[in-house]
Design a protein around this ligand. Structure first.
Ligand code: CTP
Length: 398
């Protein structure tokens, strides 16, 4: 999968540095060449000898190492890869990157490189959540740096929360997505996914049963074909895929704003189960039981995001794909829905309980387009996503 790809791997300081050794081995298993760079902090956790033994090449450590400079200058080193990966990336290293500092080999390479950079952060949860770190991350994202992780869980320091280095297989997936030369490379595609939560008061909300599985599968399939995926997700139960840009929202209004902010895109896939209504008189205090009777909720209609995007006068994505879950007269309802919303394709499925599709791993869809209705055989949800992504690649190539 990564045959002949060249990866410059910068290993920062932190207990997670040992996982970089596994990363080197797994990247090599996939045919990649890894050139390792070890920071001073990194050396405290893994030895240069173990890194170079695994990588099968010298490890670069010093900005002013005359031998290395004579063989390959640091500018050349920074550009000798298809991708620069920083794993683990400390808060300090990210701060340097965001500020453009170049006072050691790693930060100099990161400032001098003209190749894409993928960062896998790992740090204590407080350091991760600190506004300074979050500010630096926003800056780096705006500079085009991609991120994988961090994961949430128990940390070496005994605390719990986000800050753990992403799993090695997730880092590999993110690397593969970045280096893919699939047919969707260079295409930015947005995917909405999951349910929305519409607040009733600070502790209660209206939700639906969407798990976000189909949206996540779509994002993964598009990523695997090389697309740059913006994944706008409500509070779903399935994890967002790695190697995509995740925008987490709660309400339909927030989802609508996030979609607008993500434009322009080559295509939009609207797999979210958006709540049609929100509570207009949502309380900012918890509602209490009262002798005066039951609370009365007033509803307002939420923006129809799919319809809005499909009917944009300027800047409409060239391909807009909606989903329709129906329980009867699937083709008839979905055909009418396509026209009502104004999207190009509708992926319709029958979610009546007898099909076992809702909550199951399989799906049987009908693809409705201008050309009519095309019934696909029953298959796994991942396969539906893969086939749909391939169809999108063909349509976008025309
Ligand atoms: N959708 C959306 N914004 C909304 C509601 C729906 O973007 N406020 C999108 C969904 O993501 C999906 C498609 O519209 O791609 C169809 O959703 P569905 O709930 O089936 O459509 P409705 O317009 O709510 O139709 P129905 O009357 O069948 O509920």
């Amino acid at each position: 999968m990564l045959a002949d790809k060249r990866i410059l791997l910068i290993i920062g300081g932190g207990i997670a540095a040992y996982k970089a050794l596994d990363l080197i081995r797994r990247l090599q298993d996939q045919g990649a060449t890894v050139t390792p760079v070890l920071t001073r902090g990194g050396e405290e956790f893994v030895t240069p000898l173990s890194v170079s033994a695994l990588a099968g090449t010298a490890v670069h450590r010093d900005l002013f190492d005359l031998t290395t400079e004579a063989e390959m200058g640091h500018i050349q080193l920074s550009r000798s890869a298809d991708l620069v990966v920083v794993a683990p990336a400390t808060a300090d290293l990210m701060a340097k990157m965001a500020q453009g500092l170049a006072n050691d080999l790693a930060s100099t390479l990161l400032l001098a490189t003209d190749t894409p950079v993928l960062v896998a952060p790992a740090m204590n949860v407080r350091m991760w959540e600190h506004p300074a770190t979050q500010r630096n991350i926003e800056t780096l994202k705006a500079d085009g740096v991609s991120f994988v992780g961090p994961d949430e869980g128990r940390m070496a320091c005994g605390e719990f929360g986000p800050g753990r280095l992403a799993e090695v297989e997730d880092i590999i997936a993110a690397i593969s997505a970045q280096l893919s030369d699939g047919p969707l490379q260079g295409k930015r595609i947005l995917v909405t996914s999951g349910p929305t939560h519409e607040p009733i008061d600070p502790v209660r909300y209206i939700a639906n049963r969407s798990s976000g599985a189909q949206g996540a599968a779509m994002a993964r399939a598009l990523r695997d074909l090389g697309a740059e995926v913006v994944f706008i997700t409500g509070p779903a139960t399935v994890r967002p895929p790695e190697g995509v840009q995740v925008v987490a929202v709660e309400t339909a209004q927030q989802m609508s704003e996030a979609v607008e902010a993500a434009l322009p895109v080559a295509a939009g896939v609207f797999a979210a189960a958006v709540s049609d209504w929100r509570v207009l008189n949502a309380s900012d205090r918890k509602l209490k039981k009262s002798k005066d009777g039951l609370p009365v909720m007033e509803f307002a209609e939420n923006p129809d995001i799919l319809k809005r995007v499909s009917r944009m006068a300027t800047g409409r994505p060239p391909l807009v794909v909606g989903f329709a879950a129906e329980t009867n007269d699937v083709v008839e309802h979905a055909t009418a829905k396509r026209l009502r919303k104004g999207c190009d394709w509708i992926v319709a499925n029958d979610v009546s309980p007898a099909t076992g599709i809702m909550g199951g791993s399989e799906n049987a869809v009908v693809l409705i387009s201008e050309e009519g209705a095309e019934t696909w055989p029953r298959m796994g949800k991942d396969d539906v996503a893969r086939q749909l992504a391939e169809r999108m690649a063909v349509a976008l190539a025309q």
